[in-house]
Design a protein around this ligand. Structure first.
Ligand SMILES: NC(=O)c1ccc[n+]([C@@H]2O[C@H](COP(=O)([O-])OP(=O)(O)OC[C@H]3O[C@@H](n4cnc5c(N)ncnc54)[C@H](OP(=O)(O)O)[C@@H]3O)[C@@H](O)[C@H]2O)c1
Length: 255
């Protein structure tokens, strides 16, 4: 299958690596030929094209990978009606895209930055007719979840799209906590990396509440730390962080 990726930034590059491994034919369209040439040196199998005025998308399968605020500017350069149009733009509705770009079918995808390692948790929604195709494409960069509404995708954006940044915030706080208590920085980093590594299978095997119960013994060290979290309403604040990121997606959708 031929795919045309518009944009050549971080998300585009993560996607391209996974898609090439799965034997898709990839055309990358960007505004900066120097950047495209550099990308071609890294990934010789791709075809590169400059995004010129009147770039014809007729009959193509497009993955749109520019920033949300570039939608109008970039769409003015496109002509024709695509076959399928996959947008990874956060908080940008299909209705909004339709007003700017013509395609037979539309879907939205919300990957995350772990796509670089083939470990994205990607949420998808859109026209049911391209559901299977969408899942096949985005499974190349990790796991996928198809949801029925764009509202759910906007919530998923807060959870799994922004999620790596929120977990990195936690990781940073744990590292700093270790350093403040007297660990060497490099040791605090090794410990925290190992902690996250081991936590993945743990989380897949049990509910978070059970994990807490298993680690915590009465009057122990974990309980002391846990009580501090509870006293300071940290769970509520983290839930509110997700709500705030979701609110921003709604705000973007309106603008
Ligand atoms: N990064 C993430 O974790 C993540 C997660 C989920 C979704 N997304 C979505 O992915 C999209 C891309 O994000 P990113 O992180 O890949 O951003 P990025 O690295 O900044 O890439 C944006 C790309 O858009 C291109 N572009 C901007 N204006 C253009 C124009 N007028 N004409 C042609 N190309 C233009 C840029 O070209 P130049 O290289 O020439 O500047 C660049 O290649 C965003 O909509 C974001 O919401 C990102």
């Amino acid at each position: 299958m031929n795919l045309t990726i518009i944009g050549n930034g971080n998300m585009a590059q993560a996607l391209i690596s996974g898609l090439l491994e799965a034997s898709y034919s990839i055309e990358v369209v960007g505004r900066d030929l120097n950047k495209l040439e550099l990308l071609k040196q890294k990934l010789p199998k791709i075809i590169i094209k400059e995004l010129i005025d009147g770039y014809d998308i007729s009959g193509k399968n497009i993955i749109f990978c520019v920033k949300p605020y570039n939608l109008v500017e970039v769409s003015k350069k496109l002509k024709g009606t695509a076959k399928t149009f996959y947008s990874v733009l956060a908080g940008t509705t299909i209705q909004n895209i339709k007003q700017n770009i013509s395609s037979k079918f539309y879907a939205r995808a919300m990957p995350n930055v772990a796509a670089k390692f083939g470990k994205s948790m990607t949420t998808l929604t859109g026209n049911q007719f391209i559901k299977e195709e969408a899942i096949d494409i985005f499974n190349c960069i990790g796991q996928t979840l198809w949801v029925e509404t764009q509202n759910e995708l906007d919530i998923a954006t807060a959870v799994a799209g922004s999620g790596p940044a929120f977990l990195a915030y936690f990781a940073d706080a744990i590292i700093k906590g270790g350093i403040n208590a007297g660990l060497k920085k490099e040791d605090a980093i090794v410990l925290t990396n190992g902690l996250f590594d081991g936590f993945v299978p743990l989380l897949k095997s049990d509910e978070p509440e059970n994990i807490i119960k298993k680690v915590m013994s009465p009057n122990g060290t974990t309980e002391a730390g846990y009580n501090y979290l509870e006293k300071n309403n940290i769970k509520k604040e983290i839930s509110q962080t997700i709500q705030t990121a979701y609110n921003k997606a709604l705000e973007l959708a309106k603008s």
